[in-house]
Design a protein around this ligand. Sequence first.
Ligand SMILES: CSCC[C@H](NC(C)=O)C(=O)O
Ligand SMILES: [Zn+2]
Ligand SMILES: [Zn+2]
Length: 416
Amino acid sequence: MLPEKDPRKTGDKDSREDSSVTLFREYLRIKTVHPEPNYDAAVQFLERIAAELGLGCQKVEVCPSRVITVLTWQGTNPQLRSILLNSHTDVVPVFEEHWHHNPFVAFKDSEGNIYARGAQDMKCVSIQYIEAIRRLKATGKHFSRTVHMSFVPDEEIGGHKGMEMFVKRPEFKALNVGFALDEGLANPTDTFTVFYGEKCPWWIKVKAQGNPGHGSRFIENTAAEKLHRVITSLLAFREREKQRLKSEEHLTLGDVTSLNLTLLEGGVSFNVVPSEMTASFDIRIPPTVDLKAFEEQLTAWCQAAGEGVTYNFCQKYTDQTVTPIDESDPWWKVFSETCREMNMKLKCEIFPAATDSRYIRAAGHPAIGFSPMNRTPVLLHDHNEFLNEQVFLHGIEIYTRLIPALASVPSLPVEA
Ligand SMILES: CSCC[C@H](NC(C)=O)C(=O)O
Ligand SMILES: [Zn+2]
Ligand SMILES: [Zn+2]
């Protein structure tokens, strides 16, 4: 085996590599991978950066072993609401056998593609924030609004011991957030995708109870027959939404309700008709859907399937707050104008899954999901996730324009 420092394993051929890229690759090598992320190493890395850049560093332990690290660049008028640049430190697991390079080595190929778990989701963004602030500080710049960078654990497993707890803490309230940026998705075209809201995740477990008996007989009203009816209703709805997405050109995945049957449980033996079976569904509901009516529809499908069919929620997110994206909104105006000045094409969408932005929005703060990765295939959670170093470096330039613009938004009426 080659040692991991060997350039044949890491792709470290070029000693002239941009120091931002080197830092990005160093961060990618920290194994903050579930199910046992090394969060201590990430926090130490961030503390080192804070010291290097002369930033304030606050650690908030929201529950045992779950620390939020906040690096702060104080504004010249700290009374004004701040800019929050959020990113999560954890990454999803890998199937190592499907990777062409070790996903925790950050191999760079001859085209500058950096392969690593977290290259897109979302260690790139963390380092882009840091490097943009490093550049701005180096030129002696100051802005009126304070800029905070928050680095949070556990986003990939729902954020329950991360951002969800943090937004309820006095330390979060003290950040006095005016506007937040968080993660988005890559876009394979020239355009950058921007997310102004998210679908509500509902995870439901449908339980059907029926008559048990010998597997050789025609038992009446079995749990399986009832569950089959529920599954048929829900999958028929899935098909309608799928067709709607396909046939209406302006719609994106964020605009329709997605639904998948993800778990089937029940039974003990081939020849025993079970008295109980369950089916679990991952449902994602756009902010425009009436949640009460949708819940009534789910109840009706279960009732129509027969007696003894019930469901319970394993996840039920109901906050449908979206961030304003009209030019009358001072934050959006500055964000979109700054992007326009850089000739960036933006496409505004609803995020099809769930990120920590939902907790920020629910706490009453506008938040935009944005990862500056155009001309890049969407590879989050996929094998051989990569980001090209030029795309990464361009992202730093983008934040180097966006951060000053947002941190200079003039005092708002609510701040007077
Ligand atoms: C609903 S909690 C889990 C969060 C996860 N986020 C992503 C981005 O994959 C998801 O949407 O499944
Ligand atoms: Zn992410
Ligand atoms: Zn993710």
